[in-house]
Write a protein that binds this ligand. Structure first.
Ligand code: PRP
Ligand code: URA
Length: 209
């Protein structure tokens, strides 16, 4: 695994939230809340190295130096499962731009098909690509190329679970991407699902069983 590109958020709260996401008994309503909370933890880590600018503000007591985020951030969820991660990003960073990439993985060939793209300018932005599951890596690699072709330079995939196969494929096709994840699982089964994983994230999020 290319250690320098991958950050596993090893935090008790991340493990705790992931436990209930993995649990097959968790219903969509609670699933959405858990996904949002866990994404908040991941976005905190993904934005740790954002540049800051220094300003002076007047507190009720005195003038003091403060820091603010010094770069525009754009979040790009991969439809549809990435939608479950978007509100966490917009809650933490209310003035971010939001783009969308619509991809669906063919269940037999495991190849992604694009059905939608719309995003604001990515020039000089830190781009957070949101997709909960990095399985074969086909979808994330496709989306990353799309965003690079449209000007993304600083690109981070925020995902909930990553398979080693997906990390390998994504970092081979895009050596500069960063991956922030709650867990690296064992691998893929023979139909391309992450093991132990949590099943089909989009279906569990939206109740499409
Ligand atoms: C899932 C998931 C990823 C993709 C991962 O989406 O949200 O986008 O599969 O698999 P990969 O790494 O092998 O490409 P899916 O295509 O099932 O669509 P959905 O989000 O609409 O459920
Ligand atoms: N997509 C999912 O939702 N789950 C997996 O395990 C793999 C791809």
């Amino acid at each position: 695994m290319p250690q320098d590109r991958v950050t596993v958020v090893d935090h008790p709260l991340a493990g705790h939230l992931l436990a209930d996401l993995r649990d097959a008994g968790t219903e969509p309503e609670r699933y959405r809340t858990l996904a949002e909370r866990l994404t908040s933890v991941l976005v905190l880590e993904a934005t740790r190295s954002l540049p800051t600018v220094t300003e002076t503000v007047q507190t009720p007591i005195t003038a003091t130096e403060v820091t603010r985020i010094g770069r525009h951030v754009v979040a790009v969820p991969i439809l549809r499962a990435g939608l479950g991660m978007l509100s966490a990003a917009t809650d933490l960073l209310p003035d971010i731009g939001v783009g969308y990439v619509g991809l669906e993985r063919n269940e037999e060939t495991l190849q992604p098909t694009e059905y939608y793209y719309k995003a604001p300018s990515l020039d000089d932005a830190s781009v957070l690509l949101l997709d909960p599951m990095l399985a074969t890596g086909g979808s994330a690699a496709f989306a990353a190329k799309l965003l690079r072709d449209r000007g993304a330079t600083d690109l981070t995939l925020v995902c909930i679970i990553a398979a080693p196969e997906g990390i390998e494929r994504l970092t081979q096709s895009d050596p500069d991407i960063r991956i922030v994840t709650a867990c690296v699982d064992e691998g893929l089964n023979d139909v391309g699902y992450i093991v132990p994983g949590l099943g089909d994230f989009g279906d569990r999020l939206f109740g499409t069983f």
